[in-house]
Design a binder for this molecule. Structure first.
Ligand code: JS2
Length: 265
């Protein structure tokens, strides 16, 4: 007889342990998911505060109104207009740098050579660089997981942002403009890339006087300035803008980083 109460007690203990485990798991998940929106906003505000002269709470409000409560695949570039207006910046004439397939090396360069400015070195791109975010119909939260990918839908939250921010940055281009392209790929210039389809078409003469292409090459291999895609670039560049192309290895670029604003191309 003594065996039955033991068996019953064992079943009760198991049920209690499983129930406790489910409660703890739910609490951890709930806390993590609740932290998601706050962490994103905190990251946004902290990054914004690194740029002087902006009301970062106003910038955050303008940013989140573009996508909060929306289907994450129905956020258009125009939805970010209020943010672009709030994040206006003084163009760095002769020092603006564009890039394509060279993100990491370009940002390592501008980190050492603050003379040159990429979109991500301004508040416009700096607050969102490397981040993922989206909203959901019926929710006032910002999500950073479960968002549609870049190619999942045309009007996706992050893709519309970068298309809009890139267009705004290119609209502000002035004087000598630099673009760092990747000589290790067959077509360093692609008319379907953001640089080729959104930014370069916005360079107009006489505001933009010159486009300096810096083609980053591996030592003595890969594409050079005679590459066919660069001929296509020249053919589509607005009339009146002077074009130059310089081949540069990463080592040469490193040496350039030490020159304060001295052009190496
Ligand atoms: C930044 C992101 C992210 O000139 C550059 C920049 O102005 C950039 O905004 O757009 C140009 C590069 O785009 P492109 O030519 O398509 O080059 P890529 O290397 O094929 O694409 C890189 C992704 C650009 C858009 N983008 N830009 N920071 O976190 C970020 N995420 C995405 N998707």
């Amino acid at each position: 007889m003594a065996r039955r109460p033991d068996r019953k007690r064992c079943i009760i203990v198991t049920v209690v342990v499983v129930a406790l485990f489910i409660i703890v798991l739910g609490l951890v998940l709930g806390l993590t998911l609740r932290k998601e929106p706050e962490q994103f906003e905190t990251t946004f505000i902290n990054r914004c505060e690194k740029f002087k002269g902006y009301d970062c709470n106003k910038l955050w409000t303008a940013f989140e109104q573009a996508y909060v409560g929306q289907d994450p695949c129905k956020v258009t570039v125009e939805d970010y207009d209020p943010f672009i207006a709030a994040a206006s910046f003084k163009p760095a004439c002769n020092r603006m740098m564009f890039w394509s397939k060279t993100k990491d090396i370009v940002h390592a360069f501008t980190a050492k050579n603050p003379c040159f400015v990429t979109l991500e070195d301004t508040v416009l791109g700096g607050v969102a660089d490397g981040l993922t975010w989206c909203g959901k119909e019926g929710s006032s939260e910002t999500f950073t997981t479960g968002c549609p990918g870049w190619s999942d839908c045309e009007n996706n939250t992050v893709r519309s942002f970068w298309n809009k921010a890139s267009a705004a940055f290119a609209d502000a281009a002035c004087g000598n403009v630099t673009a760092m392209l990747n000589g290790a790929v067959d077509t360093p210039f692609s008319s379907t890339s953001i640089f080729g389809s959104i930014e370069m078409p916005r360079f107009t003469s006489p505001t933009v006087k010159r486009l300096n292409i810096v083609l980053l090459t591996q030592t003595n291999s890969g594409a050079n300035c005679t590459n066919a895609s660069l001929k296509e670039l020249q053919n589509t560049l607005a009339k009146g803008i002077t074009y130059s192309c310089s081949e540069m290895t990463e080592a040469q670029l490193q040496q350039c980083s030490s020159k304060p604003c001295g052009n190496c191309w």
